[in-house]
Design a protein around this ligand. Sequence first.
Ligand SMILES: Nc1ncnc2c1ncn2[C@@H]1O[C@H](COP(=O)(O)OP(=O)(O)OP(=O)(O)O)[C@@H](O)[C@H]1O
Ligand SMILES: [Mg+2]
Length: 382
Amino acid sequence: MNKNEGCPCSPDYEIKMYFKEIEIRNFRNYEYCKESFHPSINIFIGENGQGKTSLAEALYIMCLGRSFRTQKDREMIRFGEDTSVVRTTVFKNERNVRTEIILNRNEKKTVKINGVRKKRADLAGHILVVEFSPDDLKILKEEPDKRRRFLNREISKLYPGYYEDLAIYTKILLQRNTLLKEGNTDPSLLSVWNAELIKYGVKLIMRRDSFIRRLNEISSRIHREITEGKEELSIGYDANVPFDEDPETIEKSFQEKMEAARDTDLLRGITSCGPHRDDLKVTINGIDVRRYGSQGQQRTAAIAIKLAEIQLMEEESGEKPVLILDDALSELDKSRQRYLIEALTGTQIFLTAASVSREILEHFPDKKIFEISDGKILPYHE
Ligand SMILES: Nc1ncnc2c1ncn2[C@@H]1O[C@H](COP(=O)(O)OP(=O)(O)OP(=O)(O)O)[C@@H](O)[C@H]1O
Ligand SMILES: [Mg+2]
């Protein structure tokens, strides 16, 4: 293959959406920095604890308005400060868009687009992003909650309405559990909560089902390519509520399952059925990857899922998402690193690492390399 073929820097690819610039103040260990980026590849090299993940996080919050590593905004504010500001200039639809997030220790964050105050939800989907970290490589062997978080995070990127439904569902679930813990057996009160839980639960189930189906289609194709046809990956929906495509049937089986569990739920003070207990069932050649897959198989499947996610996002939105690879290559062997790098084309990439091999540097002839040191972005010197 010609070396530049499929390379993001090749003139065949025009990167249509990218971060041009970032300005950070009092964010994690960054006091202040301002930097402009390359439209395609940006590599950040730095030792442990210098600020690589923090920079990745700053970029990520500008895409979705929330972090990938915490739910508490205040954790991102530099110790000893009350506010933190991140500003970016994004090139999108042939023009510059300025976005700004101010995190406040004691109040809600503010979001601005081109100087105008907006809701967080307006930011979501403004610039699409897929992040990839060593944790993503472990997703298949972790507990089900990690896979649910993955589903929630990814589906929310494509359908911001899903995030709203999930928030409502979670709130109802907590309220129902409080009622159960109090030993409240008033059937009319419980049935009100049940109806609400089912209403939002069904929405989540339907979205998860269609997302998983598409993810399965694309990732099994990619996986076949990586393994040169030797292995067949399959991702299925391991739904807690007996599953059917028809919303009314799901509603009915949800209702029945909940009624059957009523006494044990009251006894234990929790809601034992619903999509908050869902999981993914992932197999390779019919064998459960979580239980029996080798580490290499689990990682290859995780790469296939990530690459599928990028493709799915592009199909859905017509745009290629920006990619943030935070330390993602460090736990991959050479051949998987190579496959991943070659598959990432035509989009802006932020890649962080403690060190980067010559092969990877040479794969991207057109790039910017920075050094991250003690909360500063510096020019890189070999
Ligand atoms: N709110 C905060 N205020 C100030 N410093 C913080 C805050 N949160 C985290 N830090 C510090 O920021 C530093 C950089 O953390 P970060 O996770 O970005 O490092 P990293 O370069 O990704 O390291 P590694 O290679 O180990 O992943 C750490 O020393 C961490 O303790
Ligand atoms: Mg890190």
